[in-house]
Design a protein around this ligand. Structure first.
Ligand code: S3P
Length: 180
């Protein structure tokens, strides 16, 4: 029998990278997917929080540009890793450098949801992530950001989450993975 590390590499080969707009479920889906496939789970927002403090605080004191640099640092660190499920911050994969680094050895899926569903999930996410870009935004600002980004997200393989449970989304990704 192969040692577990080799066996895992032989089965999975690459990372699974989840992108998509805020509140599309990347972290929740990623955690369950990793669990089911015996892969390690990483959340880039969590990595940044562990190193630098809360995202709200980073945006407020150092600015968004510094936050984006932190994302780039993490993307470089993760380049060349295998067998990870990586949930990325909502804009991370829209950065060319991050997308190149994480896409090199990762199968990328973009979780999508309608704007009303995003709003609903965000409002219900009480104990969840604080999202400075949504915190003060009204319907129009949210819609504008959503529209601005949709073309950029569309280049990744789309996984619609509307009307699907977390488990159904994970199963759908597993089906796509099994098709190669
Ligand atoms: C951001 C998304 C957030 C977090 C930060 C900025 C964005 O991650 O990285 O608040 O610009 O889309 P989630 O998508 O996990 O909320």
């Amino acid at each position: 029998m192969l040692p577990r590390t080799l066996l895992t590499v032989a089965v999975n080969e690459s990372n699974v990278v989840l992108t998509g707009f805020m509140a599309t479920g990347k972290s929740t889906v990623g955690r369950l997917l990793a669990d089911r496939r015996g892969m390690l789970f990483l959340d880039t927002d969590e990595m940044i929080v562990e190193r630098h403090g809360s995202i709200a605080e980073i945006f407020a004191t150092q600015g968004e540009t510094s936050f984006r640099e932190m994302e780039r640092d993490i993307a470089s660190e993760l380049e060349g890793t295998t067998d990870l499920v990586i949930a990325t911050g909502g804009r991370m994969m829209l950065d060319r450098g991050c997308a190149a680094a994480l896409g090199l050895n990762g199968r990328v899926f973009c979780l999508t949801a309608s704007i009303s569903e995003i709003r609903r999930r965000y409002l219900n996410d009480e104990g969840g992530a604080v999202r400075p870009l949504l915190a003060d935004s009204d319907e129009t600002a949210l819609e504008q950001l959503y529209r601005e980004r949709s073309a950029a997200y569309s280049r990744f393989q789309q996984v619609d989450t509307d009307g699907r449970t977390i488990t159904e989304v994970v199963e759908h990704i597993e089906t796509l993975l099994s098709r190669g």
